[in-house]
Design a protein around this ligand. Structure first.
Ligand code: CMP
Length: 140
């Protein structure tokens, strides 16, 4: 299996509860390596741009409000089949449907405050990584 990269966000509900380390530990224990990481406060423009694909969805405005409500930690994760591996350890978007042992089952508060984001394809991973990181900020 190829070593690939994916993009992850530790969301404001998790940073507020001081769970950055706990979430990162679960990612690392799942075989993923953090090759870039920064804590930041997303601007409204960044949130709207990042989630542009959801612009027509009824939850878009609330989602952007939430993602700008506190610090996030954006990360690039590397590992074998990184996109799929990260999605497995995150669990379903809605924590009520997430499997036991996943990050969202363990920590998420709701479908909106669901603690983590992860890319859904290799193609989107590249786009999302480029949205937040310069190549020289990624150290594999
Ligand atoms: P994320 O993986 O960051 O991608 C889009 C986000 O929208 C998703 O996680 C959820 O946190 C959020 N969201 C809020 N409401 C919904 C909903 N009804 N369906 C899907 N995603 C939702």
């Amino acid at each position: 299996m190829a070593v690939t990269r994916t993009f992850s966000i530790i969301k404001p509900d998790a940073t507020r509860r001081n769970l950055t380390g706990a979430v990162t530990k679960m990612l690392e224990e799942a075989g993923l390596r953090v090759v870039a990481s920064k804590r930041m406060r997303m601007t409204r423009d960044q949130a709207e741009g990042f989630y542009a694909v959801h612009r027509e969805r009824p939850f878009f405005n609330d989602l952007c409000n939430f993602m700008t409500s506190g610090p996030v930690v954006v990360q690039v994760l590397e590992g074998e089949n990184a996109v799929a591996r990260n999605r497995e350890i995150m669990g379903a978007t809605n924590p009520a449907q997430a499997d036991e042992g996943t990050i969202r089952k363990t920590y998420a508060e709701s479908i909106e405050a669901n603690s983590v984001h992860g890319s859904d394809s290799d193609e989107n991973a590249k786009i999302e990584i480029n949205f937040f990181f310069k190549p020289e900020e990624i150290v594999g």
